[in-house]
Design a protein. Structure first.
Length: 507
């Protein structure tokens, strides 16, 4: 590995109205290394990447690529200079084929026309390198999010890049897919490419990265070799507080389901949808957190969508407060005081063109009816209350939601539903792709809501998180519910075995 940086950023400053996103930040990226970029949401990680790749202009400082000072006017200019980026949220064309997405804008040509056979052949080679068994001729939008993420990475791998930026590339991947991705990353690194790896999974960072740069509140904390920095020290540097503050989340759950109120907020009997989730019996009681555990594709999200009326069940019944209820649409669910935070906060949750204020009051206004506008004074009071309660940053309600970090966007989405005072809150991956500090705040909020009597259905790919927060755990495998356990009986090993081998429902 050479000591000459392929990228060097000095004293970078980027500001938005009322917000200084980066304040004199320095950053180096060496060829032939995997370099992790860490920090809380709002620390400046995404802004630093966008400043490097021409999405944002810089207000101060210099950027050098291969020793030459550069200012990129667009992401395309950065790409031409050898900087390829794969963002956390897939940004491809779902109506095109997998092969067309991988080679889009770089299609091989023959006699002045796109050589479709060559496109397919090259795409197949890249997919094989990722060990991804996907038909290059299949339409991208027909694949789950995990596959779409790998296709985006395959597209970046095809670039003749000196720098590959991976922004949360593993957020939708299972353990086997992560292993394959890491193999590819190591091959790319060994070929001399500089890889910038952004992730909130500490174990993954320590498994793949050589060095780490840590940001906090838009400022540089430091640059460290991973071998010389413990996990505890990294967390302290990222959040500026003791680890104990992050882990003291647990409350004493009911030791037996009999201690819960007799009448569940919601009870589903034989609820299912062909091809999505086999018929399931499930009940959520006031004051409890019911966790859904299972691998990607186990049916967690599909079940949540049925309970919110976002998808139509073709079997089973639902009762709310012991009364039969038809949840044909989300409007029906909202009327029954059921709220749902989707795992796809960008596509199904937030409206990027609206302000923080407008996003927060959206569900309340919808329930009230668009003809009966909320008074501005009421809106301002409610929005100010939840911005403070959830520590949403920046505190300006007139900032466009798209300019907030992922963790703060997630808090806005939570505020939208909490303002409706739901009886049941369904949270699908509420902490995915956000930093440790924001994750802890959301976890603590879940605990507090349950203590106050709200029923919570909590879904997370992080099994440890599910076990820590839940009073009961329902285990899903291959779109079937295979077990339901009280927390006292739900050990990590037992749940993993149930996920791996299946089981039978436990009352």
């Amino acid at each position: 590995m050479t000591t000459s940086p392929v990228v060097e950023m000095r004293d970078i400053t980027v500001g938005f109205p009322g917000v200084k996103a980066l304040d004199g930040v320095g950053f180096r990226l060496l060829p032939g290394e995997v370099h992790a970029l860490m920090g809380e949401n709002g620390a400046g990680k995404s802004t630093l990447i966008k400043a490097l790749t021409g999405v944002y202009g810089i207000d101060g400082g210099t950027i050098r690529v291969r020793g030459e000072e550069r200012v990129f006017a667009s992401p395309g200019a950065a790409q031409e200079a050898g900087i390829a980026t794969v963002y956390q949220e897939v940004n491809l064309c779902p109506n095109l084929t997998v092969a067309e997405n991988i080679l889009l804008g770089r299609e091989p040509r023959r006699l002045g026309r796109v050589d479709r056979r060559a496109v397919r052949r090259r795409a197949a080679e890249l997919l094989a390198r990722l060990n991804l068994a996907v038909d290059p001729d299949s339409v991208l939008g027909g694949h789950p999010l995990a596959v779409q993420q790998l296709v985006a990475i395959a597209r970046a791998v095809d670039l003749d890049a000196a720098v590959l930026i991976l922004d949360e590339p593993t957020s939708s991947l299972d353990a086997d897919e992560v292993g394959e991705l890491f193999r590819v990353i190591r091959d790319i690194r060994d070929a001399g490419v500089a890889v910038l790896f952004v992730s909130h999974f500490l174990d993954q960072v320590y498994a793949i990265a050589d060095r780490v740069t840590i940001l906090r509140n838009g400022k540089l904390v430091g640059e460290y070799p991973l071998a010389e920095l413990s996990r505890l020290e990294m967390v302290k540097k990222m959040v500026g507080q003791e680890l104990a503050a992050l882990t003291d989340l647990e409350r004493q759950p009911p030791t037996d389901i009999a201690e819960l109120p007799d009448t569940p907020v919601l009870a589903a009997t034989g609820l299912g949808r062909t091809g999505a989730i086999a018929p399931v019996d499930l009940a959520v009681h006031p004051g409890e957190v019911l966790g859904l555990a299972g691998l990607l594709g186990s049916g967690r999200t599909e079940l949540a969508r049925l309970l919110f009326g976002a998808d139509h069940a073709d079997s089973g019944t639902v009762a709310v407060d012991d009364r039969p209820t038809r949840l044909r649409t989300p409007i029906d669910a909202i009327a029954a005081r059921i709220a749902f935070c989707s795992e796809d906060r960008k596509g199904e949750g937030l409206v990027g063109e609206l302000t923080v204020r407008d996003n927060i009051v959206l569900a309340l206004q919808a329930r009230r009816g668009w003809a009966r506008r909320l008074p501005r004074r009421t809106t301002d009071e409610l929005v100010a209350k939840w911005i403070t309660a959830l520590d949403i940053r920046p505190t300006d309600p007139d900032v466009l939601i798209r300019n907030l970090s992922g963790g703060n966007q997630q808090k806005v989405l939570l505020a939208r539903w909490l303002i409706t005072e739901p009886r049941l809150l369904i949270l699908d991956e509420p902490t995915r792709g956000i930093d440790i500090g924001a994750k802890t705040q959301i976890q603590r909020l879940v605990v507090d809501l349950a203590v106050d009597g709200m029923a919570v259905l909590f879904i997370s790919a992080e099994l440890e998180e599910v076990l820590r927060l839940s009073d009961r755990v329902a285990v899903l495998r291959d779109r079937h519910k295979v077990a339901e356990l009280p927390r006292a009986e739900a050990s990590m090993g037992q749940v993993m075995e149930l996920i791996a081998r299946g089981g039978s429902d436990v009352a």
